[in-house]
Write a protein that binds this ligand. Sequence first.
Ligand SMILES: Cc1ncc(COP(=O)(O)O)c(C=O)c1O
Length: 392
Amino acid sequence: MKMKKKFETEVIHGNYDSAEYQDSLVPPIFQSSTFTFANAQQGERRFAGEEAGFIYSRLGNPTVKILEERIANLEGAEKALAFGSGMAAVSAVLFSFVKTGDHIVCSQGVYGCTFGLLQLMREKFDVSHAFSFMTTEEEVRSALTENTACIYIETPINPTMRLVDLEMVSRVAKEKGIPVIVDNTFCTPYLQKPLELGCDIVIHSATKYICGHGDVIAGIVAGNEERLNKISMTTQKDIGGIIAPFDAWLLLRGLKTLHLRMDRHCENAVKLASALMTHPAIDQVYYPGNPKQTDFNIAQKQMKKPGGLISFTIKGSKQDAQELMNKLKLIKIAVSLGDAETLIQHPATMTHAVVPVQKRIEMGIPDNMLRLSVGLEASEDIWEDLEQALQK
Ligand SMILES: Cc1ncc(COP(=O)(O)O)c(C=O)c1O
């Protein structure tokens, strides 16, 4: 589905008509848990789905609906659903696609809690999974089994910044009628649109760039109406990980500057990645804008810009990496990403601490790796701080 106007306009005005809301320029917050019916029959019709209208905020809320429609428009999706966290979104989607005995093919590397959820699904519900780098069509095909119910991809992968060719994977998946789910958190629809590349479902931890201000935990799912209706009437309604109206309002506020923030995150990250690449204390820099990265061509093909996250390994040990973090003054030590503040974290002991050591090494997350979420500050100031911390 095409946007009517340019992204930069739709992100501010899309899917909101102030005339429908007492001419309020800014969407109002409907801070109400439930909605009244004119009479018993109207209640019956709404529950039966015969009449449109709100019932109860776990089943839908006007402020949340404005957010959902705006994001669906930005992702080129028929519909979107908002959740109380990125993990509520991930679990609602995965549980909607699988049943006991099914199998999930997953990119070789995912966010630590998504890894934890896959483990839990295997242990409790006998849903198995296999990881694949998905570098070639053959590699994708060989990971599929008769019971594969879906393919789950992060690209760029957290925190290795490896990329998966979404158009290629969705082409292979279509041969077998297997849906492709993409966690688009690192890119946002401003940098990458998985649905346009043939994928079926997009997930976001909206906690990150979509919010952009570090003050909300939230998730988004976007895709076709039939599947999204199913999620909304099953795993969203009955597991209940919904977003609060005030948090939806904060996301609408943050969204208005998404394009400006992403441009600046990327501009800063490009400068910092190139400074890191030539620093003698650095071993490797993992950044989709790094021409030396093997999957650089995938970045060129499917990402508008290389994004605001950089991972790097230092010439040294885990202790050296932790010491570097402790020397930082401006850059904050914190998990999460996509905020105005530059954040650094140590994946092996933080976001990916739940991944067993052997698996973590296979995923490409050594003890001397750090992940930097480049903020909106002056790039010179961020570099000055990093440089002084990199000094022996
Ligand atoms: C790529 C990715 N997906 C999903 C999540 C989970 O999101 P949340 O923390 O909003 O539940 C995160 C969190 O860091 C993430 O980085």
